[in-house]
Ligand binder design. Structure first.
Ligand SMILES: NC(=O)c1ccc[n+]([C@@H]2O[C@H](COP(=O)([O-])OP(=O)(O)OC[C@H]3O[C@@H](n4cnc5c(N)ncnc54)[C@H](OP(=O)(O)O)[C@@H]3O)[C@@H](O)[C@H]2O)c1
Length: 273
């Protein structure tokens, strides 16, 4: 078990990971240290709910930490890295969660050849079901990549890619849960408009999505094959799918992912040195 993990940033994703790591017994709460920029209430809540250590003192958070997880927003990167400059050491594994921030930017801002692994999880990590991508930076050793892999395998699946492809993982899987929530919300709304109570619609949609995703996961058939099996000619499903096709929904979904990947690329350009 790791002796100490430090979280720099205490937002939604940090909380998902803390919950996931603790639930999977990957580390005990007394070995998790968390800090943020200024929101003391947030730190108090995390301490109360998960019994982790929280403090505004970054030196205390980082001292003796084997793994440091950078969990702030890309826009806060420069300020946050400046505040960590004299506190990070090259024997710490740095896990960077920021979309669009190349490992080379962290290395040059901090001014040390830090072993960095960029990791792109999603919020399903909180229930052990993240689809996570990892991409080693220049100075990460194979042992350190393995530590990152093991950490995130405890909260879902891990796919290793070269660093430029991490943008694709960000747009596809990092943002992916939001796409499904969008679909779920639309399906629930449809159920309500067609005359059933909202709670019933919500329950039906959640179970439908869970059932379909589990079946897809367990089946040796592709999504397309399962779709064609359900959509019998002249039936109700076909009528619904025809409406999706009329609205060019497949193209819209492809464009949605493309735009998200493109946005990650735009951020990367901003952080290129
Ligand atoms: N959410 C996702 O599903 C997801 C998926 C993949 C990757 N990511 C990436 O994960 C990162 C975190 O996302 P999030 O949704 O958790 O963000 P968030 O909820 O906005 O949290 C950001 C955290 O960073 C802290 N922070 C800001 N400046 C700081 C500084 N100088 N020093 C220390 N902490 C600082 C904030 O503290 P205060 O509250 O005190 O300002 C806050 O706790 C982002 O870079 C995002 O690109 C997110």
């Amino acid at each position: 078990m790791l002796k100490k993990i430090a979280f720099i940033g205490a937002g939604a994703l940090a909380e998902s990971l803390i919950r996931g790591f603790l639930n999977q017994n990957l580390i005990t709460a007394d070995r998790v240290w968390v800090t943020n920029h200024s929101n003391i209430d947030r730190l108090n809540n995390l301490e109360r709910n998960y019994h982790v250590h929280t403090t505004r003192d970054k030196q205390l958070v980082l001292k003796g930490a084997e793994v440091v997880i950078l969990a702030f927003k890309p826009g806060d990167t420069t300020d946050a890295l400046e505040s960590l400059k004299n506190l990070l050491t090259t024997d710490q594994l740095i896990i960077s969660l920021m979309v669009g921030v190349p490992s080379s930017f962290i290395v040059s801002t901090v001014g040390l050849n830090l072993p960095i692994v960029r990791v792109m999880p999603n919020t399903s990590a909180s229930i052990g079901l993240s689809a996570t991508g990892i991409a080693p930076g220049q100075f990460a050793t194979s042992r350190q990549i393995d530590v990152a892999r093991k950490l995130f395998e405890a909260v879902g699946t891990v796919t290793e890619v070269e660093e430029p492809a991490i943008d694709v993982i960000a747009g596809l899987a990092g943002s992916g849960p939001a796409y499904l929530y969008y679909l779920a919300e639309a399906m629930q709304e449809a159920g309500v408009r067609e005359g059933i109570p909202r709670e019933d619609a919500a329950r039906l949609v959640i179970q439908t999505l869970m059932g379909a995703v589990n079946l897809l996961n367990r089946s040796d058939k592709t999504a397309g094959e399962l779709l064609r099996e359900v959509a019998t000619p002249g039936g109700t499903t076909e009528a619904g799918i025809n409406a999706l096709n009329r609205h060019q929904t497949k193209e819209a979904v492809i464009d949605c992912v493309r735009k998200a990947v493109h946005r990650a690329g735009e951020l990367s350009v901003q952080f290129s040195r």
